[in-house]
Design a protein around this ligand. Structure first.
Ligand code: NAD
Ligand code: MG
Length: 396
């Protein structure tokens, strides 16, 4: 059988490394064609030595130059590119069959869109791209024939529970709604006093999952779940009212599909991203992932309760943006990225994150976002506005 050529965007990150761990277990099935990262020369060079891809991209030119030299010294025959152009080039290579979109944040949009336009099978971890430009990505997929497979654990669970032969970007038959589970993050039971004193170190300790910093903070504010509600709406073509969020601190039931006859189908498993990643890589058949098997008798208790929308305001803000439509999800996503970045750099308090997003959304609730240019413009305006409000919060 011919090996499936893989292009891995964001290979040095948490999803990227998990993907390579899965690929390593199945050398007869996959060939790593291209790897990419932002500027981490050391990590990408180590991956290049191990996987010997034909292409590697570092977005920063200086870092790319460094990598080029190191590859030459090791006699590695790897073409090293740079910039977003480099990313857009590797996703479209003829020998690439599957593109794993695992860049964090809105930076993933352009390369993901290029992969979709090139008609590739796209394994989507980069939820922000779908939040910003869901309609655009789905329309591009319809035109090119690209298949979108969700890596995000909840959406992967939902996809696994969908009717036979279901494809993303269409409304599933017989489905009444979706139930997205959320761990609730590290501050699920924290008082307002504790929330007012959260440091980046505290916010980066997720109880169940080990992930990149941005998504870990998003989990702590529940914005991650908000982004996931938008992601689910786009992928499965349902309305906001058909998507419910339930807090499930054990992260064992990864989400549920509710059917019109009253049946609810769930996917369960240990919290290990190698499960959804391997499901996507080998879809429609299954292969081993290396994840530990789930023991229900060890888990013992599975609990579920509604989210506290007063304490965690990011979740209702995401619902509001979804209902507003147009550029509102892009605006929420962009202002969240700016606020989380500032919080991680010690420039803003944790509890100010939703306040900034709310102000920016109030200002820009009606921006057009049907074309890529309009989406990028909405993203830019929201970022500038978030910076402005942050300055006035801190010094005003
Ligand atoms: P991470 O921070 O660990 O890794 C991000 C990767 O993207 C790195 O390889 C980095 O070099 C690259 N990158 C960062 N900025 C870039 C830029 N401007 N241009 C190009 N490349 C850039 O993040 P992660 O936790 O692996 O998450 C990646 C994506 O997957 C996010 O969108 C996240 O929401 C989603 N996701 C992650 C998990 C998880 O378990 N980590 C689960 C579900 C969804
Ligand atoms: Mg998730």
């Amino acid at each position: 059988m011919e090996k499936s050529g893989i292009c891995l965007l964001g290979s040095t990150g948490s999803i990227g490394q998990n993907t390579l761990q899965v690929i390593q277990q199945h050398p007869e099935k996959f060939k790593v064609v291209a790897l990419s990262a932002f500027d981490s020369v050391d990590s990408l060079f180590a991956q290049c030595c191990l996987f010997k891809p034909s292409f590697a991209v570092l977005v920063q030119e200086k870092a790319a130059k460094d990598l080029r030299q190191r590859c030459a010294e090791q006699n590695l025959n790897i073409k090293v590119l740079s910039g977003v152009e480099g990313l857009c080039e590797i996703v479209a290579l003829a020998e690439v069959c599957q593109v794993v979109a695992a860049i964090v944040g809105s930076a993933g949009l352009l390369p993901t869109l290029s992969a979709v336009k090139a008609g590739k099978r796209v394994l989507l971890a980069n939820k922000e791209a779908l939040v910003m430009a869901g309609d655009l990505l789905l329309e591009a997929a319809r035109q090119s024939g690209a298949v979108l497979l969700p890596v995000d654990s909840e959406h992967n669970a939902l996809f696994q529970c969908m009717p036979k032969d279901y494809m993303t970007g269409t409304r599933p038959e017989g489905v009444a709604g979706l139930i997205l589970t959320a761990s609730g993050g590290p501050f699920l039971h924290a008082s307002d006093e504790i929330l007012a004193q959260v440091t980046p170190e505290m916010a980066c300790q997720h109880p169940n999952w080990k992930m990149g910093k941005k998504i870990t903070v998003d989990c702590a504010t529940l914005m991650n779940k908000g982004l996931e509600v938008i992601e689910a709406c786009k992928l499965f073509q349902l309305t906001p009212a058909e998507i419910e969020v339930v807090i499930h601190p054990q992260s064992i039931v990864h989400s549920l599909v509710e059917y019109i006859d009253g049946s609810q189908l769930a996917q369960l498993g240990s919290h290990d991203m190698r499960i959804p990643i391997s499901y996507c890589l080998s879809w429609p058949v299954r292969m081993t992932s290396g994840a530990e098997r789930l023991s229900l008798t060890q888990a013992r208790q599975l609990t579920f309760f509604p989210p506290d929308n007063e304490k965690f305001k990011c979740l209702p803000l995401a619902y509001e943006a979804l209902t507003l439509g147009k550029g509102a999800p892009t605006v929420v996503n962009a202002s969240n990225e700016v606020a989380v970045h500032a919080f991680l750099n010690g420039q803003m308090q944790f509890s100010q994150i939703p306040a900034i997003i709310e102000k920016v959304l109030q200002k820009y609730f009606d921006l057009a976002a049907s074309t890529l240019e309009e989406i990028l413009w909405a993203d830019k305006l929201a970022r500038e506005s978030a910076m402005h409000f942050m300055t006035s919060v801190n010094y005003g």
